[in-house]
Design a protein around this ligand. Structure first.
Ligand SMILES: Nc1ncnc2c1ncn2[C@@H]1O[C@H](COP(=O)(O)OP(=O)(O)OP(=O)(O)O)[C@@H](O)[C@H]1O
Ligand SMILES: [Mg+2]
Length: 340
């Protein structure tokens, strides 16, 4: 059988159209005025939010991509975990999901069945139902979910609403694409690859479930644009994120591989997008690569009130011990992001 991964030119969140290009073509779409649309694509947030009653809003999000691993079942679990993540990052609860399937006619149907089983397992772990989908033949396999969730409008957590004085928590380790690039170049490390896969399969449900008792002001999931570009979105125009690079959770071997320039096209796109918005003086080239590395199904970046930070971190670490406090939020200084 032709390898699942070998049939793909690019996989995972690294294949996302760059943030700058996305912004340009979304600008060209007609402006909409719908009072019930609480979050639309103009907000560049993680999901759309549409109010259906004063107490209830639907969260709607869609994500799919090509494989970044060779095993179809594993790919299915990663694609589904990634698709569900945007609901958790908005503070919501998923309700149901639809499968999005593109599959080459030449590949064995067994691989398709395994991919869908992997996705179904994650949907089940999320505690929701799979209600349908759409399937087409395509040159490269692609898989994902369209997920509908819900939230009370006053509980909504956006990606660009941190408050000065907040503390930043990151719930998963960085370096997923770098570790997988090493594996693909046959210079990888088995344990490191397994840890990267386990991280991508991990639902952000468990970390988000801890938000309830604490003042979480902003949250986003770190995906294709990498930590820096997602942090820029969080900083917006009003805040500066101060990130201590020594505190970042990083996958084993990722820094080593980054130092050997096992970088990805997605990472380079992220570097171009961030450009001179962030001063990288004094940051080692390997750390820079980790900051730009596209994360497939990455962790949550959470901006929480300082008084709650230690307790929230401890609660998240009960299930996700890799989570770390990585910085603080200040009122806007000259730069949107300061790297220590
Ligand atoms: N083709 C498109 N048409 C309209 N809106 C789009 C399109 N592609 C992306 N968007 C919107 O742009 C915003 C940012 O999209 P993006 O996919 O980067 O966010 P995301 O879903 O949080 O990413 P990820 O799933 O990797 O976390 C979202 O509001 C999304 O709905
Ligand atoms: Mg997102």
């Amino acid at each position: 059988m032709e390898g699942f991964l070998a049939s793909c030119t690019s996989g995972g969140c690294g294949a996302k159209i760059g943030a700058a290009d996305l912004h340009d073509y979304l600008q060209a779409l007609p402006q909409q005025h719908e009072p019930n649309l609480l979050v639309g694509f103009n907000d560049a947030d993680d999901a759309a939010v549409y109010k259906i009653s004063p107490e209830r809003a639907l969260i709607s999000t869609i994500d799919f991509f090509s494989p970044m691993v060779d095993d179809p079942y594993t790919f299915g679990t990663i694609a589904a975990a990634n698709a569900l993540s945007d609901v958790y990052s908005m503070g919501g609860q998923p309700l149901y999901a639809l499968n999005i399937v593109c599959f080459p006619e030449r590949l064995p149907k067994k691989a398709l069945a395994e991919m869908l089983s992997g996705g179904a397992a994650k949907v089940q772990e999320a505690g929701i139902v799979l209600v349908g989908g759409h399937s087409i033949y395509d040159h490269e396999p692609k898989y994902g979910l369209a997920v509908t969730g819900e939230i009370a409008p006053d509980q909504l957590i956006q990606n660009h609403t941190p408050e000065a004085g907040d503390v930043l928590i990151l719930t998963k380790a960085l370096g997923v694409s770098i570790v997988l690039a090493a594996a693909r170049a046959d210079v990888g490390d088995e344990q490191a690859t397994a840890a990267a896969i386990a991280s991508m399969q991990r639902l952000n449900k468990y970390a988000a479930a801890k938000f309830n008792d604490f003042q979480v002001h902003a949250c986003t999931d770190i995906t294709g644009f990498g930590l820096l570009a997602h942090s820029l979105e969080m900083a917006g125009t009003e805040h500066t994120l101060v990130i201590d690079t020594a505190e970042l959770p990083i996958l084993a071997k990722a820094a080593e591989f980054a130092a050997e320039f096992l970088v990805t096209a997605g990472g380079e796109r992220n570097r171009e997008h961030v450009g001179n918005q962030v001063d990288l003086t004094g940051i080692t080239p390997a750390m820079q690569e980790l900051l730009f590395d596209p994360q497939t199904s990455g962790g949550l970046l959470i901006s929480v009130a300082e008084k709650d930070a230690a307790l929230l971190l401890a609660a998240i670490q009960e299930d996700d011990p890799v989570a770390r406090i990585i910085g603080v939020v200040n009122a806007r200084e000259q730069e949107p992001i300061i790297l220590l």
